[in-house]
Design a protein around this ligand. Structure first.
Ligand code: SF4
Length: 467
């Protein structure tokens, strides 16, 4: 049995941030090479602290869905996942045994050599007949930022393509460092110029900054023509959104496992948690705001506030992914980075097999089944605020300055809207949904949403936004 975990950044504010990782997880799931493919996030759920607990096997490969190495892949992800590693990740990855699971952590997908093929695929999309006689290729990177060291991988890809002799010239240019993208008319001589942004996603940079800095006119989707006389520019979409990235992820996963054998076993604690949940579900169960009802060999999920409403009045969902997309936003359309906040949308029902019920519940309440079962077995260890604060780095190191009163002020404000009971603040949970109290869900550690809010409180900016 094998589990694959894809780690994205996620966002507290923007519901679209997680979508690319969901999409790659779906593409890989369709290939049936892993028993499960799970998404985890820095700023959404399941969080980096929780995600390993949600894996069903003892053989776990973790891939950071980042375009380059840097602060997140070298510091935040290994630290939050408890990998006992900090700093650059070696090419063969990092392997650890954590809580009975063998966990392999790889380099981010963006630095894998097969990204060269993705660059070439993007180039072919905009100019299928690129030739070494008359076509230049610009591989365009962001440049090194506070969080990422992206220039190295851009240079490496440019070099590989140069050596292949597919283009008359190949240049590595950058948005934020020399050689800057705006200098291209001085250095690129070929009449046809393909530009491939080495970026993770479509956004402000790929849609506005790059075309502007290059002096391109027209709309990006029309692959604008360059005003610089004799040269024509063909502007590709960013590499990070190409479907072939799924192949890169699989290469990374296979290389991390090496001669890894047939895989691991079912993780016993995880399976016991789900069997406890399923036992309750077969009899009918309420978990937080959601009602689970057995129905002729399948299960129905719906918001408990919709209990008794005729099915015809509700939107019927039949897949875990459908449930996932339904519960990511409130009824008012707001993003839900913390799923146990009491704002589960209404107006839907899901009809699911037992296997799909597990996956759907994972999306409705990530890690809740596993953590609640562990709590009920006295195996969930709370992490006090001081420990969470001490661990923070970068812009979040500031939370170490928060007074207990400030932390409590934020927690009372945010956590009062949450189903979970703050074990991390010394609160006690005596009954859980597994023994009949729907809102009985433990919170072992302050979530990143609360950490971010405490930072705002310390900065005197509470009420302002954070990503
Ligand atoms: Fe809920 Fe508060 Fe725990 Fe976050 S820290 S999950 S808001 S109880």
């Amino acid at each position: 049995m094998r589990s694959l975990v894809l780690i994205g950044h996620g966002s507290h504010l923007n519901g679209e941030s997680a979508v690319a990782v969901y999409r790659y997880a779906e593409l890989i799931r369709e290939r049936h090479l892993f028993d499960e493919v799970i998404e985890g996030y820095w700023k959404e759920e399941p969080s980096l602290r929780q995600v390993l607990k949600t894996t069903a096997s003892t053989d776990v490969t973790v891939i950071p869905m980042f375009i380059s190495e840097g602060y997140f892949t070298e510091t935040v992800i290994p630290r939050e996942m408890g990998l006992g590693h900090q700093g650059p990740v070696p090419p063969e990855g990092v392997a650890r045994v954590i809580g009975g699971r063998t966990v392999r952590y790889t380099l981010p997908y963006g630095v894998h050599p097969s990204m060269t093929d993705v660059i070439l695929a993007r180039a072919r999309e905009v100019l299928p007949d690129a030739s070494p006689e008359d076509t230049a290729l610009i591989v365009l990177g962001h440049g090194t930022t506070r969080n990422e060291n992206s220039n190295k991988v851009v240079y490496q890809n440019a070099e590989r393509i140069r050596e292949a002799g597919l283009f008359a010239e190949v240049q590595a240019l950058f948005l934020d460092e020399d050689p800057k993208v705006g200098t291209w008319p001085d250095t690129v001589r070929s009449p046809r110029v393909v530009v491939v942004p080495f970026f993770a996603s479509e956004g402000w940079h790929t849609l506005e900054t790059i075309p502007e800095d290059m002096g391109l006119t027209g709309t990006v989707t029309d692959f604008p023509e360059n005003p610089h006389g004799h040269q024509r520019v063909y502007y590709a979409r960013p590499v990070g959104t190409h479907a072939a990235v799924a192949d890169v992820i699989l290469h990374l996963a296979e290389e991390a496992r090496g001669a890894g054998g047939p895989g691991g076993d079912t993780e016993r604690g995880h399976e016991a948690a789900w069997q406890a949940f399923l036992k309750g579900a077969r009899a009918g169960l309420r978990v937080g705001e959601v009602l689970v009802t057995p129905e002729l060999g399948v299960f129905e999920l719906r918001n408990a506030l919709d209990e008794g409403r005729p099915g015809a009045e509700l939107t019927t969902l039949v897949t875990p992914e459908g449930v996932r997309d339904q519960v990511r936003f409130t009824d008012g359309g707001e993003h839900r980075p913390v799923h146990t906040l009491r704002n589960l949308p209404r107006g839907w029902r899901a009809v699911l097999s037992e296997a799909d019920l597990r996956r759907a519940m994972h999306y409705v309440y990530p890690a809740v089944i596993e953590e609640t079962y562990a709590h009920d077995c006295h195996a969930l260890r709370p992490t006090p605020w001081a420990t969470t604060a001490r661990r923070q780095t970068g812009i979040y190191a500031k939370v170490q300055k928060a007074t207990p009163a400030q932390v409590e002020h934020v927690a009372q404000d945010v956590c009062s809207g949450c189903l979970r009971t703050r074990l991390w603040a010394g609160h006690k949970l005596t009954q859980s949904f597994l023994n009949g109290v729907p809102g009985g869900i433990p919170c072992a550690e302050a979530c990143t949403f609360v950490v971010a809010e405490v930072r705002e409180e310390v900065s005197g900016k509470r009420g302002g936004g954070h990503s």
